[in-house]
Design a protein around this ligand. Structure first.
Ligand code: ZN
Length: 462
């Protein structure tokens, strides 16, 4: 194995030592045990590959002797997470143990979230490898739920995101749907083009890109899509299928409905639609839908199953966990417009994966706030404007155990940012609570950003 220059791949920077190569293979191959010292060696290799801002070097394998090209790994940094390896499928598949790739040995640790201490659960992370968007052959629908799940487990399983939901969250995050800078509030989203361009850039094999299997038009029939899929060069270990991602105007009677000029288009998966988030009523559209398209036993194209999640609006389809969060987001958008007039540009983020917070002893705890607001200090001539973060939690009418657990993770969130809560309930007091929340968030942003407090009405009229 060797490190090669990303811009001049024919230039070998250096070969890995046998110890380094063995450490990378143990760390990144499924089913392998990691030895003491491996993490240190792997971290050093990753640092040589990615300087924190850009990829500088790729790691080229040597497991295809006599072949024109060797499989390569690149490095990626996502959000606040650590550097990690990503397979580059366009240069051929590994014949070494890396053929069964994992990003992180901890992926295989199956911790029980409900028994672990707050923040010590197994973190929810994006799907690291585009090839894993596809089912392995013969695995089919069995993999899409949690192992051994039965209808009686329903309440438990809703707490964990199913595999299809994790794929949806990864796609939405990568395409930028979870991040809203204040200047995008007045324009309709253009993220579709970005999503399409990104998908066409994501290799799943030397011949196949994600853009060939991911599509956004629910009016294309499953039979038509599968005919196109059948003509593609396909990775040998994977079942032929496609993914349909769109914003539905309605979900009713087991179907996701899109209103078009041609009438209603229905996506009715044979194995049903599974809801993400905590409320399952699905009476407040729009909704994000991710559907798997494949063939049944008789070879007919079909929508097999789908995952659904609240979207804020058609113009700004920020994915949400519950209808309560709509109330919070509406207020936050209003606050963002208000502080912008006072010179503070806020970016809102809906975290779709867990945030890592370091304990004083260096260990990690994890949290996922409902929303994050980030902005910089407003100061004339200051080039080192500090970045501030406010985290916002929606407290809805949930079960007492859920609220209790949530309040315990708030201690962790307070270390991630300034925590502000909004209680949302179906009662007469909501307008008043929204008002107080608006003023509290607005005042906190102006204070942190260093903007002088605006005069109150009385002062202004004196
Ligand atoms: Zn290899």
């Amino acid at each position: 194995m060797r490190l090669i220059d990303r811009d001049r791949p024919d230039r070998i920077e250096r070969s890995l030592t046998p110890e380094e190569a063995a450490a990378v293979r143990r760390f990144c191959s499924e089913g392998q045990g990691v030895q003491p010292g491996d993490v240190g060696l792997v971290t050093a290799v990753l640092e040589a590959m990615h300087d924190g801002r850009h990829v500088r070097r790729w790691l080229e394998c040597d497991c295809r002797p006599g072949s024109q090209s060797q499989p390569r790994l690149t490095a990626r940094v996502r959000d606040e997470g650590p550097r990690h390896f990503v397979r580059m499928h366009q240069y051929g598949e590994h014949r070494c143990t890396l053929a069964s790739f994992r990003q992180d040995p901890e992926e295989e640790v199956d911790a029980d979230d409900e028994l672990s201490a707050p923040g010590k659960h197994h973190p929810l992370k994006p799907v690291g490898d585009a090839l894993d968007y596809l089912d392995d052959i013969h695995e089919g629908v069995a993999r899409s739920g949690s192992p051994g799940e039965s209808p009686g487990d329903r309440v438990e399983s809703e707490k964990r995101l199913p595999r299809l939901g994790r794929i949806m969250h990864t796609l939405l995050e990568d395409a930028g749907f979870a991040t809203v800078p204040v200047d995008s509030l007045k324009v309709k989203t253009r993220s579709w083009e970005r999503l399409d361009a990104w998908a066409h850039d994501e290799a799943m094999s030397p011949e196949l890109t994600l853009g060939q299997i991911l599509y956004f038009k629910p009016w294309i029939s499953p039979a038509g899509k599968m005919a196109a899929i059948d003509s593609l060069p396909w990775p040998g270990t994977k079942a032929r299928s496609a993914l349909l991602l769109f914003v539905a105007d309605e979900v009713r009677e087991g179907a996701a409905v899109k209103h078009t000029a041609m009438g209603e288009r229905m996506v009715r998966p044979v194995k049903g639609i599974r809801a993400g988030g905590r409320d399952q009523g699905l009476k407040q559209p729009p909704y994000w839908i991710l559907a798997v398209v494949d063939r049944d036993r008789d070879g007919n194209g079909r929508f097999r199953e789908a995952f659904v999640q609240h979207a804020y609006s058609a113009a700004h389809p920020v994915p949400l966990d519950s209808r309560y969060e709509r109330v919070t987001l509406e207020s936050l958008f209003a606050v963002m417009e208000w502080v912008r007039k006072r010179g503070v540009n806020v970016t809102l983020c809906k975290p779709l994966f867990d945030r890592e917070v370091l304990e004083p002893d260096g260990s990690s705890v994890w949290c996922r706030p409902d929303f994050e607001l980030t902005f910089r200090t407003v100061a004339v001539g200051d080039t080192t404007a500090r970045l501030h973060r406010i985290v916002v939690e929606t407290m809805g009418a949930d079960a007492p155990e859920y609220l209790e657990r949530k309040s315990r993770t708030h201690a962790i969130m307070k270390r991630w940012g300034v925590l502000i809560e909004l209680r949302v309930a179906n009662d007469d007091g909501q307008a008043e609570r929204n008002d107080a929340f608006f003023r509290r968030v607005g005042a906190k942003i102006l204070h942190l950003a260093g903007v002088p407090r605006p005069p109150t009405d009385r002062e202004a009229h004196q």
